[in-house]
Design a protein around this ligand. Structure first.
Ligand code: KG4
Ligand code: ZN
Length: 335
């Protein structure tokens, strides 16, 4: 059967629609709101909802044009209904429901983080057991999959997400938003000459970033108060090493314990050049038989191509021909 999926993603600050026909990606449109939120130093939820509303039809028309198809060719609409910002999610869900109702197309509500994990399936077929390290603005977790769509969270952050700490530290250093890519570039020029704590190097698979974040902010404030000179690049480099060390250590431990065949990196922080290099080197050294997939930069941060990829693995029993579902800002990945 001809399967043509249209996927919609509006969980945070990107309005994204992609179209995939029989596993071939025909369109991938992402309208980023970064320029509008930059001025405020972070995402303003109310503004994000309004911008999604302004842009969603433009993004939709662009995606149809890019794919060179019409709405009557679409056989499934996949929509992210959580987790994320409540108002932002609502815009995508209401748009998806209207589109589905008018054109009599089934709907499939899906999980945003599952989408990030399936970004890597656009590149390489999954080989189970698979371990995903999810690192984004709202999540830091290790997820085990023994088969498609079977998500088990091994551990997660007990407080802040890693991306959030990159963004906050960049703000304190006056570097702009989003902080991740800026700190990434700056860290490569700096020295590891500040002794920041390496968080939660225990036996669990959990993470913690609030203590490290506070330690870095306190250090910067102290240096400023004492009028001591410092290089932002050195702060960035030292912070980054402390932030990424537990990710690598716990990934290696999980690979061993669960006899993993395939490792994938997922989420916005998967774009980080230091993390990409260090985690690949560490896995190749300790477990050369484990396949490692790093999503390319274009599908690390939020997009709808990853949602098409995820949706393609659901069978028709999961499709909805009703509109009795809502958004869930705190939606869980494992049931
Ligand atoms: O997945 P994503 O687009 O949105 C969420 O689902 O949260 O991730 C956004 C996060 C932001 O915190 C951003 O600073 C971070 O990903 N990020 C990076 C890099 N590129 C984006 N963090 C570190 N290094 C990067 N190169
Ligand atoms: Zn995301």
């Amino acid at each position: 059967m001809n399967k043509c999926i249209l996927a919609i993603e509006t969980s945070c600050d990107e309005t994204a629609i992609a179209i995939m026909r029989n596993n071939e990606l025909l369109a991938n449109v992402v309208s980023s709101q970064i320029k509008d939120h930059e001025f405020h130093g972070g995402v303003i939820p109310e503004l994000a909802s309004r911008l999604h509303l302004d842009n969603i039809d433009i993004v939709f028309q662009k995606a149809l044009k890019e794919a060179n198809i019409s709405i009557s060719d679409i056989s499934l609409i996949a929509i992210v209904n959580g987790p994320g910002l409540i108002g932002a999610l609502h815009v995508g869900v209401v748009f998806a429901k209207a589109l589905a109702y008018i054109n009599n197309i089934p709907l499939l509500p899906v999980h945003h983080i599952a989408g990030h994990i399936y970004a890597s399936n656009l590149l390489e077929e999954f080989n189970f057991p698979l371990l995903a390290l999810v690192v984004s603005g709202g999540h830091t977790e290790l997820v085990l999959l023994n088969e498609h769509l079977d998500f088990k969270i091994l551990g997660q952050t007990l407080d802040d997400a890693i991306g959030e700490s990159y963004d906050k530290i960049a703000r304190v250093l006056g570097l702009g938003y989003p902080g991740g890519p800026i700190i990434d570039k700056l860290a490569a020029l700096g020295k590891n000459n500040y002794d920041f704590p390496i968080p939660l190097m225990d036996d669990s698979y959990n993470f913690s970033y609030s203590g490290l974040k506070s330690a870095v902010i306190n250090k910067v404030n102290q240096l400023k108060m004492k009028h001591e000179s410092y290089e932002n690049a050195d702060i960035a480099c030292s912070f980054q090493i402390s932030a990424i060390t537990p990710l690598i250590q716990k990934t290696l431990k999980a690979i061993k314990e669960y006899q993993i065949n395939h490792f994938v990196l997922a989420g916005g922080v998967a774009a980080n050049s230091y993390l990409r290099k260090e985690i690949t080197t560490a896995i190749n050294k300790e477990n050369p038989n484990v396949k490692v997939t790093l999503p390319p930069l274009w599908c690390c941060t939020d997009n709808a191509a990853m949602i098409c990829s995820l949706a393609s693995f659901y069978n028709e029993d999961s499709y909805l021909n009703n509109y009795h579902f809502s958004v869930n800002p705190n939606m869980k990945l494992d049931k």
